[in-house]
Write a protein that binds this ligand. Structure first.
Ligand code: AHR
Length: 330
């Protein structure tokens, strides 16, 4: 556990939040979770799981995939089919249809964007295969489209970042590097942050699609378009690291001439804090493969589940030490 955090959110390693009164997931369905009206009667042998990962766009995603694969193993009673969609929704929809054809017991997926899933979710529902949403959420009209969702509170991440900016740089001229447009992580982080700092303080926005290369390109253009910016809020570390390259090439000192506030907390991002190039990082913890395993087993067994499980996050500032960064698992 990191000792020098500016702010801690949540009460335990994983906080399970009963659905009552929560709004983060907008998919249809009853709010008490359960099996969502779908059946998956336990049989003998391993549970056949189809997992559609959205891509490999960031250090966060790589760590998440490793965690999923380390937990959903034959030793743990899982027969896993894992498919990487390379950040394309059409690839993900194809994978989901393949899982139906294969007759898997449970489908788990991290949707690249929130909308556009109604048809395939209805097909999955008709096939009576329960769905577990991982990391990101969907916005669907299909009732009981999924049993449960496990992931981080993206809006709270944006709020935490915004509060730090408001306290430390209240007059900042902010440029915002957005993640994949239409993804839950982009929509909710932006909403949380913008509400706190106020639109009048944001000089411009552009998407870097959560990748280092696109973050760098977006920052190069932004430095030309918004020469008065003095603070960057980036929706993930990878885009922020790309932005550092663009700033340095333009003769700007990241962390001094332009403050950088980021989300994720992968090792490279925390190293940038130690190097004084990032100023503040809100964590988004990708290592929850064991919770996904536990959730899938319960779904398969037909147990009642909360509608949402929120993964614990914390936040870091420049007081983090090199030893803490070196000890980071991802
Ligand atoms: O959905 C989680 C986000 O997706 C992470 O913050 C980002 O790095 C990843 O691409």
């Amino acid at each position: 556990m990191f000792g020098k955090t500016m702010r801690t959110r949540g009460l335990a390693a994983v906080v399970t939040v009963l659905a009552l009164g929560l709004t983060a997931c907008s998919g249809g369905g009853d709010e008490t979770g359960g099996t969502g009206g779908q059946s998956a009667a336990p049989g003998s042998g391993p549970i056949k799981v189809g997992f559609s990962q959205l891509g490999a766009e960031s250090g966060w995603r790589t760590a998440n995939t490793e965690s999923v694969k380390a937990s959903l193993t034959a030793e743990n009673g899982i027969d896993l089919t894992f498919v990487d969609a390379q950040q394309k929704q059409e690839n993900q929809i194809k994978a989901l249809r393949d899982f139906i054809d294969q007759g898997v017991d449970v489908i788990a997926f991290s949707p690249v964007v929130e909308t556009g899933w109604d048809e395939v979710l209805q097909e999955i529902k008709d096939a009576e295969i329960p769905v577990v949403l991982v990391d990101r959420t969907v916005d669907t009209t299909v009732v009981d489209a999924y049993v449960t969702w496990i992931g981080a509170d993206f809006e709270a991440e944006g709020t935490t970042a915004g509060e730090w900016v408001t306290v430390n740089y209240p007059d900042a001229k902010i440029f915002e590097l957005q993640g994949t447009l239409g993804s839950g992580a982009q929509v909710d982080r932006e909403a949380g942050f913008d509400t706190i700092v106020g639109q009048q303080n944001i000089v411009g926005k552009a998407s870097g699609n959560f990748t280092r290369a696109e973050g760098k390109a977006a920052m190069e253009a932004a430095l030309q378009a918004y020469p008065d910016m003095d603070l960057l809020f980036t929706h993930n570390d990878d885009m922020g690291l790309g932005a550092i390259e663009a700033m340095e090439a333009a003769g700007k000192k990241p962390g001094e001439d332009i403050q950088i506030v980021s989300v994720d907390g992968v090792r490279d991002g925390l190293q940038a804090l130690v190097d004084k190039k990032f100023n503040y990082v809100v964590e988004c913890n990708p290592v929850f493969g064991d919770q996904i395993l536990d959730t899938i087993k319960k779904v398969y067994a037909g147990e009642q589940l909360p509608r949402e499980t929120i993964v614990f996050d914390q936040a870091f500032d420049q007081t983090i030490t090199q030893a803490e960064v070196d000890a980071r698992a991802y």
